[in-house]
Design a binder for this molecule. Sequence first.
Ligand code: ADP
Ligand code: MG
Ligand code: MG
Length: 308
Amino acid sequence: MATLELKDVHAEVAEDGGEKILDGVDLEIPSGEIHALMGPNGSGKSTTAKIIAGHPAYDVTDGEVLFTIEDDDFDGAEELPADDRTFDLLGLEPNERAALGIFLAFQYPAEIEGVTLVNFLRTALNAKLDEREELLFEDDDEDADDAADDDEDAGYETSPMEGPADDGEIGVADFQEILSEKMETLDMDEKFANRYLNAGFSGGEKKQNEVLQAAILEPSIAVLDEIDSGLDIDRLQDVSTGINALRDEQDTGILQITHYQRILDYVEPDRVHIMLDGEVVMEGDAELAEKLEDEGYDWVRDQVYETA
Ligand code: ADP
Ligand code: MG
Ligand code: MG
């Protein structure tokens, strides 16, 4: 089980005199749980998501973002020294954070001609596994590289047509199997993955892609920013089925950012955090989201400023 922790995170826009946006955010998300992050427009929810992922548009001026992994988070994690499993995410590049098990959906570059979703996902998974190997087991990797160099010196060559791909990369056939399995648990049509990226996806399909990416990459923590926005009820239910499966089937922890309570009828949160003016000001269980639905964010504002 992994844990993502934000401790008193302050952040501003990364430019001279950049506006201050986060004013001491505290959050703790363990894998295997669904946490809703709610709040009015402009309260800092998306900025929080981007800071977790390492977006360059923001500077963190104070506080910490820590990520702790345990034995069961991925194969090989048990080899890491016990006192060396907490990572300061702020010191890592976005792709390194992703390699450790943090997921924030990326948009598919539409200009890629003739690449299917399935190939794109396979490339993304191999890139993640490769980066993780490099980041955590660099020494071993160097040994492996040295060994490969020795082979080269000895005149051996590895044919790309033979056996498993280099570096234990996941090949086409193996990936197809992984994909089929994931699509079945997500209750998605397998044809979907054979679509070409440049053919374009509808708004709802983009959201389903987001869930599929998270299923393939098997992150410990997935940040889903307004995945419910603009979905009709059928698509909302499909996406919700997928989110629940991420938690139930692969123990992914979900930070579900949403303005509205609606999706929480289908994805029941273990915990609800409410942001206001760049801070998490209130926390509770699923009932808190229901209260928001009835009474709106003004109620939170009144409550917070009364007791302040
Ligand atoms: P939310 O997702 O809760 O609606 P955001 O995190 O997107 O809120 O934004 C919080 C506040 O920070 C808003 O007032 C927004 O205008 C401002 N903000 C966010 N990003 C930038 C930026 N890159 N430059 C200037 N202001 C920004
Ligand atoms: Mg605080
Ligand atoms: Mg937002």
